[in-house]
Structure formats: C-alpha cells, structure tokens
Design a protein around this ligand. Sequence first.
Ligand SMILES: Nc1ncnc2c1ncn2[C@@H]1O[C@H](COP(=O)(O)OP(=O)(O)OP(=O)(O)O)[C@@H](O)[C@H]1O
Ligand SMILES: [Mg+2]
Length: 225
Amino acid sequence: MKQIEVRGLTKSYTNGSVTYDILRGIDFDVESGEFISICGPSGSGKTTLLYTISGLESYQGGSILWSGQELSVMKDYEKANMRAHEMGFVFQFYNLVPNLTVYENVMLASVIGKQKTKQEIMELLSLVGLSEQHHFYPSQLSGGMQQRVSIARALINEPKVLFADEPIGNLDHHNGLLIMELFQRLNQNLHTTILMVTHNEDVTRFGTRVIHMQDGKVVKDERNT
Ligand SMILES: Nc1ncnc2c1ncn2[C@@H]1O[C@H](COP(=O)(O)OP(=O)(O)OP(=O)(O)O)[C@@H](O)[C@H]1O
Ligand SMILES: [Mg+2]
C-alpha cells in the first residue's frame, strides 16, 4: 500500500532578494513497511525533505500525499494530530525540552499522543539504555544520551511512520548498533515505516532501500537485496 507519494516536490528559501532552491523536484513513493535510508552530502536537503514530508515545513511546488490526501491542504490541527498519533520524529539536534527531565520529555509526547503509563515509559527508557538517568535534565546528559531520549520520545506513541534524522550520529558503535537493531525489529515485527537520514553508508544495510540525494534531487534510489 502506498503510504506517502512525493511528486515534483520543490522548496526554496528567500533571503532578501536571493532565492535558494533547496528541493529541486523530488519524486518517490513510500510503501507501508519500508525502511528507507536517505544519504547525501551535507546541505543536499535531507533534513528539509524530512521536515516537508512530515508536515513540519511548507513547500512551494509539487505534492505530498499521505494515504492519498494532499498534505498542503490539510489544516494545521489535522497535521498536528497526525504527527502526534501516527508519526515519530528523531531530530538531528534532539530538540529536547531543557527544563523537563528525561522521563518528562518522553511523557510529554505520550500526553499529546497515546497516554502511556509510567511503567511503559520506563520500559522504553530501559530499551534505549537510560533507565538510570530518567530523572536527569538534558543539560546533565552527553550528546549520545540526549539522542537516545529523542529516540525514546519518537517511539513512545508507536508511530506508523518514524522519521529519524541522523539518529545514531552521536552514538558510539555499540549503542548505534543497538538502536539500529531496535529500528529493524520495529520495522520487521510492527511493520513501522522508517525514513532515516544517515551519513554512515554501513548502516544502510539495516534498511530495505537507499535513496541518495545531491543538490536537492534524488540521484539514486535502490532496493537492498
Ligand atoms: N531556514 C532556512 N533558511 C535558509 N536556508 C536554509 C534553511 N534551512 C535550510 N537551509 C539551507 O538548505 C540547504 C539544505 O539544508 P538541510 O538542512 O536540508 O541539509 P542536510 O542535507 O540535512 O545537511 P546535513 O547533512 O548537514 O544535516 C542548506 O544549504 C541550508 O543552508
Ligand atoms: Mg540535516
């Protein structure tokens, strides 16, 4: 089943009289249950692509269909509702709430979404190796730990679609591997659709497909065999 259809997608930023074309005509479909890695040089538009597809950013041209419905005509509350209940987002720079603890950061997402119990939240924190830090504030954590809080927050509502922007960019090899195995289990057992940006070609093997971007365009799109 086609979950997301991206057609001729364009996005640009204007700064004074200068316009920068960031996404320059992107086309691809996402089938439910795919695990897609998105690779490409810094500045090629990977984060911008995730933001537009997830409805966090607007776009100027082309279309993005979610289960056949055009994203740009959806109302803000409809998009917010869809993000809270159907999507999870691991941000490249975490975006944790600084004055909330690890536990509260994850709980906040659950309050907006599926109302998880304390035990369920603690189980997820344990899965990402943070049960002992549940009462810490983000400033008391290493970058890798903050990244794992951000991953737990994205997973707490059991999203149908998980967007992950460099989710293991700040993790050591061991923790990175644990997270990739977790993503693979979610994909294989719960059929969670995953769109993951990564600089690390080695981890693309955990997914089912690799999309390469360059200068705001898809230059290669291949399935893992
Ligand atoms: N709000 C903005 N205003 C103006 N330009 C922007 C804005 N956000 C992103 N850009 C530009 O868009 C381009 C693509 O940025 P984007 O963050 O999508 O790249 P990326 O592929 O995720 O890079 P990286 O691998 O470094 O994270 C960059 O040239 C960036 O400067
Ligand atoms: Mg980026």
